[in-house]
Design a protein around this ligand. Structure first.
Ligand code: AMP
Length: 483
């Protein structure tokens, strides 16, 4: 899958969504890098379910396989005629899971790794560049048409440009990075090395591990565990690392200051991952506990979770309040995340497909329902209706984060502020909209103290509108200002 698919045509510019990246460098080819990368990507499936891809290099050729579908489908080697891991030979690999997009045409054209027709350079990127003006202008100066390129493809084109005029891959990345304004955890690979870079605020997670003499790079630590690698450390904000026959080398491409996106703790990361030294699961339980401390719960018989991301918060809430924890909603484990599906009707029916209430648990009960966030309000509204139909007598929604008021431009696909219910409705109006008997959110300060990291290490832009990396012209899209 190279050539046209690498730089596809599309009528609408896309933005790189929150995705998974993974890479593996080994000096010899005694590790099956393609298979291990597929296993790593499988552990990162929650970060992207639209499609997956892996590129490997054996020192002289880059091989690539990418397709729409879940990881297990994309790398299904039961029918060797359609795919087998021998098609991904070599001692280095980079891989990517792509997040489903909300509004764009469904096509596999923007799947990663990005690669050029001559297979000189391949790249995977997690994050989003809200402001591509600089890189666009640069590419256009060199006659590269950017109208059909998304941000990741522009990054690839810029690095390739420097390579084509004689730079080594690491030099090319260093030269191209000043053109990239936004969030990136990226891996670039040619036939000699892998170069890894993280934006100067470290908005998306990124860590390094060791495996049998090789090095592993992963969006989250859960994938290191899944392949039996040993966690070494996080990649620092502003850091670039080269992995080649000389081993690992670290450089500072920009002066870094850690501002991890707080939504990784709230919703996105897998609970068994560790971010900035904190267990995501423990952080979510603490968010639930803090919500119980801050909100009323005298009028309740049970606490139920909204699986899966709301579960640790509900456990924390139940433990702190002393109200029994029950499973009142059962999740169909074979549905993907519903949030990103196009169209409101489709999203609503997918909540029904995904969650089913248990009448025997809920009947005649005063229920506290704990979820991690309200974005558009779709899920909560559906849930309340569903729980009432199942016989719940009272429904009290408790949310383990404050209302989302500002769009995200760094990689979560919530770019239109008008769609964010917390941006234009008060808590009581949201409560009315979702039809609950009461609704309470965790406070901003409560959220920060529950996570247990200084506020200065986190990006909280979706709650505050303070964007740690300039969002350029996209600021004009913010219609509701801070109150
Ligand atoms: P909404 O239905 O739009 O209010 O979205 C809130 C629900 O989606 C909650 O149950 C969250 O667990 C989940 N959620 C929050 N943020 C995201 C995201 N970026 N991607 C997918 N799901 C999300």
């Amino acid at each position: 899958m190279v050539g046209k698919e690498a730089y596809p045509t599309s009528s609408q510019k896309e933005f790189g969504e929150k995705c998974a990246v993974f890479g593996l460098y080994n000096r010899s080819d005694h590790l099956e890098v393609g298979r291990i990368t597929a296993d790593g990507l499988h552990a990162l499936q929650h970060r992207g379910q639209e499609g997956s891809g892996i590129a490997t290099s054996d020192g002289s050729t880059i091989s690539i396989h990418k397709r729409k579908g879940l990881v297990k489908q994309v790398y299904d080697d039961e029918d060797p005629a359609s795919f087998n891991f021998d098609l991904l030979p070599g001692n280095m690999a980079i891989g990517h899971n792509r997040y489903a997009t909300s509004s764009k045409k469904s096509s596999d054209c923007h799947l990663q790794p990005v690669i050029d027709t001559e297979k000189k350079l391949t790249l995977v990127h997690n994050g989003n560049l809200p402001d591509t003006e600089k890189v666009e202008k640069f590419l256009e100066t060199y006659g590269i048409n950017t109208s059909d390129l998304n941000d990741s493809e522009m990054m690839h084109a810029a690095i390739l440009h420097f390579k084509n005029i004689g730079a080594s891959l690491d030099e090319a990345v260093v030269k191209a990075i000043p053109l990239f304004k936004g969030a990136f955890s990226l891996l670039a690979m040619d036939n000699k090395q892998i170069v890894v870079a993280r934006d100067e605020r470290g908005l998306r997670p990124f860590s390094i591990g060791a495996l049998n003499g090789g090095y592993v790079f992963s969006s989250e630590t859960c994938a290191l565990d899944a392949i039996g690698a040993r966690y070494i450390r996080d990649i620092n904000p502003g850091e670039m690392i080269t992995a080649n026959e000389n081993g690992l080398r670290s450089f500072e491409h920009s002066r870094g200051e850690q501002r991890l996106d707080i939504f990784e703790f709230i919703y996105f990361a897998r609970p068994d991952s560790v971010l900035l030294g904190k267990s995501v699961l423990v952080a979510r339980k603490n968010l639930g506990g803090m919500t119980a401390r801050e909100t009323s719960h005298s009028d309740a018989d049970i606490v139920i979770n909204v699986p899966d991301s709301g579960t640790p918060g509900a456990i924390g809430y139940a433990q702190e309040s002393g109200i029994p924890y029950e499973e009142g909603l059962i999740k169909n484990r074979y549905t993907g995340r519903t949030f990103q599906r196009p169209g409101q009707d489709r999203r609503v029916s997918e909540v029904l497909q995904k969650l089913n209430p248990v009448r025997e648990v809920l009947h005649n009960k005063r229920v506290i329902v704990v979820d991690d966030s309200i974005v558009r309000g779709t899920t909560s509204r559906e849930l309340v209706r569903m729980l009432r139909n199942a016989g719940a007598r009272k429904i009290h929604m408790r949310i383990t984060s404050p209302p989302v008021k500002f769009p995200d431009y760094y990689g979560i696909d919530t770019p239109d502020q008008r769609a964010l219910i917390g941006a234009h409705k008060s808590v009581s109006e949201i409560c009315e909209y979702i039809g609950a008997d009461s609704l309470e959110f965790l406070s901003y300060d409560g959220m920060i103290s529950a996570i247990g990291l200084p506020e200065s290490m986190l990006s909280t832009s979706c709650f505050t509108g303070d964007y740690p990396i300039d969002i350029g012209k996209r600021r004009e899209e913010i219609v509701y200002q801070k109150s």
